[in-house]
Design a protein around this ligand. Structure first.
Ligand SMILES: [Zn+2]
Ligand SMILES: [Zn+2]
Length: 1281
């Protein structure tokens, strides 16, 4: 030390201390590592180090602000990424940082530290692993490093590193960071090269000659030295633990492949790049097993790599790397000619003109729009082009899947190359050069239009490291996405979709339902579902892919924009539906043709409820969407929901059986199943509160005082595709598998078959050994996969107690399932509807609570179990003990079982953590006041109890217990249960002054917005469409029932049958009534009403039919009334001013109304027919203009009535008015009194007593009792001649 410091006595104190540090650093860390081999003393080494530092800094002053750092110190102490440079001034550093920050926004530059790093540059052979990567080593340890351009002469030399980035990674189990050498290292002790290149180069042959040599048969044993330009550099592969790579030298049309397999030469991968001239010595000719019939050159242990002395490239000990950088940059920019063939030498930027050119050739001007909504391309395959490209990474899209974005518009996919252990400098802000990459245009609508994709023949080279800080993702070599890609040999479009789907699912399901590691499995299943039939894909052949001309690889051909299916979150769905709900609203389409004649009170109820349905299915242009979510049963609404982390949407589920009839039979096992839905009906129900004065105001939205919508989906069970089954569903599926698919559930069988194939696929189909180059991992991976398959349901159940019904621990921990429980087998006989009822249970407070009751038959005694039997097979003992009736009460959150309990089906009720059989025995209602109740014992279902569906009743069995609509019409029971198809739904007006007490409660609990909702459904007989029945439903005490739409099949239990005064039959809901929607969209066209004879219709009335067609002759017009009425109060309006005076009405909106009463006869009998406004004009045979003219005339007076007196028509006021005279004449003329064909309905009115009329015959007068004539209302005039 003294000897060394002696020479610098003149130095300042600081410099002296710095020199001491230098000396001890050399003595402790460097000399032990190199001193022995170089045979130099410590002092001499320290001198050399100091010289190189001075040379680097470029002045005699010492960089005293810099601290010597050892490799281990760097790794252990440097927690944040940083950069250090001996050569940059502060200004240079800032300039560089600012430039980069501007180029890639939202990123900050790496902070600068003053560290001085000196070490040996080696390739890991000292530690016994020649993996082909550079490492910087000193006595304390070694660190991975990335180099821009390296020389084979650096190997094993002691180097000073002037400028570098240190990128720290704080992932557990990883090395803590790596180096990016920005400037080339400087050799501390320059020494003559070991072998003289000129000697070997004397026997150099060119590429053409070498290619000829390879074609000759007798070339074995020859050692050659080949010189040429590098055309292709393949990535480093690892097969069975051995690293190797290929490169292709080119000269004109001739190429010669060189295989670099020798471990000591593998580091050349870092030293060669496309376009460089090199000379490789001591190559031998050999054949490759994986590439039959072809011969290649292979390196030997004597081989050396020489950068061609004649080439411009001089990467040895250069001090100015930035020169070469700018050189190639300008080179790339000046290059604009198009590449129809691989031209590896000139990388280029995809200029805008280039992009545009491609866009036009696609015939679609949409650019850059990765939005899934408008990006549906026809599925077609296209060939990719091979290009070279240079650009700057602007963001990392998905590091694990190797997806990046360059220059903010181009995608880069590295997934088809082996994963880089380190991110190898691919950070935002890095400039990269891609050689021989595939140019794909619109491979996926979810990624940039242009995607560059690398294969095993491409090389990715960092040209300038990023000066920016970035989060460095830890990349696992067994990343699930890449593994899936290799297992399935996916095409690039499919892989990109998988990545899109993976990200979407992670966001929506992770970690609540799917753990992170399983997302890819689910995404893979979804991909398979989307692709449908999976075609056999070619396995990758690595040698062919790397070496063969013309080039062929999985990227040569790709699908344009397919799959384009967009995976919607529940939130996106709901938002879209709400938006669509209002955008599709057209008020004028909701009102009938008679709308112009309706008053405010008549018009607005027609607008109060409307519905909009859309079929979501594959193939429809703008709805190629997919829903993914977990099925859950909502306790607050007694309904089924599809949920993800974003939202929940209600589902009306129906099941199709083979005969296409639909019936509800949702099994309890569906709870917790992760499903995807591609086909369903989106239903939007709109509720409006409006006060439109007349139809003319429909475009004025200020008259809408309140609006809201309910959105939900209707789905057939067979359209639910299980992505991950619940524990109970797995039981069902495996049970069916065991039965060999003999059961009726054919479609679920198909689903299951698909699954089985898929599982087998996972087990046998791993063919990643060669491609991934990590065959050692294959076995491990495979085993891992299998175990993963076994613990299939790592799908987590919601922790939320009220929401889950299945035991989450059941599969995860088999040992924990020795939990005692008791069970009861029962069959549902009937169930009541869910409603808010006044209940008192145990000692809780009295109040309105959501509840329902089912009567069941217990099929045996209560059983004890060691572990939860769930929905497993029924054991014999469970049926022992005889049947007995019981009432099950479901209150509050237990109402979630409502949609699952169906009459006729069998269930198992389970109480966990107990062995006490009395829990499920039920209790009789206590006798009060000496009154004996004859009811069955009752059991209050506790929220934590569970119910499992065991057997499901079929539609026919259920339906058999119900009446049809026609049977209801003709039966005499008071309470009926029946089924039919809804043909019409009308919201009834709120009854004024009657506010229900429960309303506020329902609002609070359910968020219900409809108040006192009462609807009238017209139910059609499913077999006889002419038979229909009106059902009045009071929904004010029940949770909203979705699915009550025209066309839906409904089962109605416990409804009151009533008969009106005209003997019209209708039904009303009772508090115990239960409505079940079992199918939809099956409304049969209603046949035309029957032809009726008046003589036969009159006595039978409603028993015959309510609606009928009549062919009759108009005898005379009994009365005709024309008037303008106030839309608000209905009083007569003159000149649009309401005439009501007490209290005065200031409405100025009037509507025209007309009514005619006509006597008709058809030979069998006679009837009085009423015509309302919309039919009067046709009755009078008036043209539109005439009719409008009459309306204008009446406007002045407001009111006009003519009626028959004797044979004439008269008017009480103003008989001389021309209009009156015209009308009187018209009504008596043959224009009106003619033959007509009418559709009429019975007019509902109180039957009057038979009339007494005087009849004179001759001179005698008789007083005769005439029966009330048949009174009809005309709804339609068919013929007017
Ligand atoms: Zn390729
Ligand atoms: Zn009025």
């Amino acid at each position: 030390m003294e000897e060394f410091t002696e020479r610098y006595k003149d130095c300042s104190r600081v410099e002296w201390a710095w020199l001491q540090d230098l000396y001890s650093a050399v003595r402790d860390r460097l000399h032990p590592a190199v001193g022995a081999s170089l045979r130099v003393p410590v002092e001499q080494l320290a001198e050399a180090v100091l010289r190189s530092v001075r040379r680097t800094v470029g002045s005699q002053s010492l960089p005293v602000s810099y601290t010597f750092v050892s490799v281990s110190e760097l790794l252990s102490r440097q927690r944040t990424s940083c950069c250090s440079s001996l050569t940059w001034s502060t200004g240079q550093y800032r300039e560089r940082a600012e430039e980069a920050e501007q180029a890639v926004p939202n990123h900050k530059a790496l902070p600068r530290t003053n560290l001085l790093l000196i070490g040996l540059l080696c390739d890991g052979r000292a530690s016994g692993q020649c993996d082909g990567f550079w490492r910087v080593r000193d006595v304390t340890g070694s660190v991975h490093c990335e180099v821009l351009k390296s020389s084979p002469l650096w190997l094993g030399k002691l180097m000073l590193f002037p400028t570098w980035n240190y990128i720290s990674q704080d992932a557990p189990g990883q090395e803590s960071g790596y180096l990016e050498l920005i400037e080339s290292p400087i050799c501390v002790i320059p020494e003559p090269t070991a072998s003289d290149p000129t000697e070997t180069l004397s026997e150099v042959i060119g590429v053409r000659k070498a290619a000829r040599l390879l074609r000759q048969k007798v070339s074995a044993g020859v050692r050659v030295c080949v010189s040429g330009e590098v055309g292709v550099v393949c990535p480093l592969l690892v097969i069975a633990g051995k690293s190797f790579f290929c490169l292709i030298l080119a000269e004109g049309d001739s190429t010669v492949p060189i295989l670099v397999t020798d471990p000591e030469c593998v580091y050349w991968r870092q030293c060669v790049c496309v376009g460089q001239s090199v000379c490789v010595s001591a190559l031998r000719v050999c054949s490759v097993r994986g590439w039959a019939g072809h011969r290649v050159l292979s390196v030997t242990s004597h081989s050396r790599l020489h950068p061609n002395p004649h080439a411009q490239e001089d990467s040895e000990n250069t001090h100015s790397q930035s020169d070469s950088r700018t050189h190639s940059q300008s080179d790339s920019q000046s290059d604009t000619h198009t590449h129809s063939e691989p031209d590896p030498h000139r990388p280029q930027s995809l200029t805008d003109t280039r992009l545009q050119e491609d866009t036009h050739s696609e015939g679609d001007p949409a650019q850059g729009g990765a939005g899934p909504a408008d990006s549906v391309y026809p599925v077609r395959r296209k060939l990719s082009r091979i290009i070279s490209y240079r650009g700057r990474i602007s963001s990392v899209l998905n590091a694990e899947a190797g997806l990046y974005e360059i220059d903010r518009k181009v995608g880069l996919c590295l997934a088809y190359q082996p994963l880089r252990k380190w991110c190898s400098g691919l950070r935002p802000g890095a400039e990269i050069e891609l050689q021989n990459v595939h140019f794909l245009f619109r491979p996926s609508p979810f990624f940039p239009d242009v995607v560059l994709c690398v294969c095993l023949r491409s090389s990715v080279c960092v040209m300038a490291f990023s000066p920016l800080r970035s989060k460095v993702a830890t990349l696992r070599s067994d990343g699930p996405l890449l593994c899936y890609l290799l297992e399935r040999n996916l095409g690039v479009s499919e892989f990109l979709w998988l990545c899109y789907c993976h990200a979407a699912l992670t966001e929506r399901l992770c970690p609540r339902w799917v753990c992170e590691g399983r997302v890819c499995v689910v995404a893979g299943r979804l991909l398979q579902f989307v692709l449908g039939e999976e075609k056999k894909r070619k396995k990758r052949d690595i040698y062919r892919e790397m070496l063969q001309d013309p080039h062929s690889c999985p990227l040569t051909e790709y699908c344009v924009g397919s799959p384009s299916v967009c995976v919607w979150s529940v939130r996106e769905l709901c938002d879209w539906m709400e938006k669509e709900s209002w955008e599709s609203l057209s008020l004028s389409s909701l009102v009938p043709p008679s709308a112009p004649y309706l008053t405010q009170a008549q018009l607005n109820p027609l607008l109060s409820w409307s519905t909009h349905t859309l079929l979501m299915h594959s193939g429809s242009a703008h709805t190629d969407r997919l829903l993914v979510g977990v099925l859950e049963f909502s306790s607050s609404r007694a309904s089924v929901r599809l949920v993800d982390q974003s939202a929940a949407v209600e589902c009306v589920c129906v099941e199709n059986n083979q005969s296409e009839d639909q019936y509800t039979a949702i099994n309890t096992a569906w709870t917790g199943c992760l499903v995807c839905i591609r086909r369903c009906t989106l239903v939007m129900e709109r509720f409006l509160k409006t006060d439109f004065p007349s139809w003319k105001h429909l475009d004025q939205h200020r008259h809408i005082s309140h609006r809201h919508c309910r959105v939900y989906i209707q789905v057939c069970m067979e359209d639910l595709h299980i992505l991950s089954p619940s524990a109970s569903m797995s039981t069902i599926l495996s049970e069916r598998r065991r039965e060999g698919g003999r059961t009726a559930g054919v479609k679920e069988g198909q689903q299951r078959d698909g699954r089985r194939e898929e599982e087998e696929g996972v087990k046998e189909g791993i063919q990643m050994d060669e491609c991934s180059g990590q065959s050692a991992q294959t076995g491990r991976m495979k085993r891992k996969r299998e175990t993963e398959e076994r613990r299939e349901r790592c799908i987590k159940k919601p922790r939320d107690h009220s929401n889950h019904c299945d035991d989450p621990s059941a599969v995860g921990s088999a040992s924990a399932s020795s939990d005692p429980c008791v069970s009861l087998l029962f069959r549902v006989d009937s169930k009541q509807g869910v409603a808010f009822r006044n209940l008192q249970t145990s000692n809780e407070t009295r109040g309105l609570r959501l509840s329902f009751v089912t009567t069941v038959t217990c099929l045996g005694d209560v059983q004890r179990w060691d572990r939860d039997p769930k929905n497993g097979r029924v054991e014999e003992r469970e049926r022992a003990g005889g049947e007995k009736k019981m009432e099950l009460q479901f209150v509050d959150s237990s109402v979630r079982w409502f949609p699952l309990l169906q009459p006729g089906s069998e269930y198992r009720l389970i109480t966990l953590h107990t062995q006490d059989v009395s829990v499920l025995c039920g209790s009789s209602v206590p006798v009060r006041g000496g009154v004996t109740l004859l009811s069955s014992p009752a059991l209050l279902i506790q929220p934590q109890w569970r119910i499992h569906t065991l057997t499901q009743s079929l539609l026919c069995a259920q339906i058999q217990t119900l009446m049809t609509v026609s049977e209801v019409l003709h039966c005499s029971s008071d309470v009926v249960s029946f089924y039919g198809i809804i043909s019409q739904r009308i919201t009834l007006q709120e009854e004024r002054g009657q506010t229900s007490a429960v309303q506020s409660l329902i609002n609070a609990k359910d968020g219900v917005v409809e108040r006192d909702l009462r609807v009238r459904l017209t139910l059609q007989d499913s077999e006889a469409p002419d038979q229909s029945l009106q059902v009045y439903l009071d929904l004010s005490h029940t949770p909203y029932i979705p699915g009550l739409l025209a066309g839906a099949t409904v089962l109605l239990h416990h409804f009151q049958r009533k008969v009106s005064v005209v003997r019209n039959v209708y039904c009303c809901s009772l508090p115990i009534s239960c409505v079940t929607v079992t199918g939809f969209g099956s409304l049969k066209p209603r046949p035309p009403p029957p032809m009726m004879h008046l003589g036969r219709w009159a006595p039978a009335r409603a028993e015959q039919s309510i609606v009928g067609r009549v062919r009759a002759h108009v005898v005379c017009v009994l009365s005709l009334q024309l008037k303008w009425v106030c839309s608000l109060c209905g009083s007569v309006s003159k000149q649009a001013v309401c005439t009501r005076s007490c209290p005065p009405c200031d409405s100025t909106t009037a509507v025209f109304q007309a009514e005619a009463k006509v006597a008709v006869e058809d030979g069998t009998g006679e009837a009085q027919v009423w015509f309302s406004t919309e039919t009067v004009a046709e009755l009078l045979s008036l043209a539109v203009t005439e009719w409008e003219g009459i309306q204008r005339h009446v406007r002045v007076k407001g009111h006009l009535r003519v009626y028959a007196r004797g044979r004439n028509m008269v008017c009480d006021v103003d008989p001389d008015d021309p209009l009156v005279r015209y009308l009187c004449a018209l009504c008596s003329s043959s224009t009106v009194c003619r033959q007509l064909c009418l559709t009429c309905s019975l007019r509902s009115h109180r039957p009057e007593k038979a009339q007494l009329r005087k009849v004179s015959r001759g001179e005698r007068e008789f007083l005769t009792k005439f029966p009330q004539s048949l009174q009809l209302h005309c709804t339609h005039i068919h013929t007017s001649h």
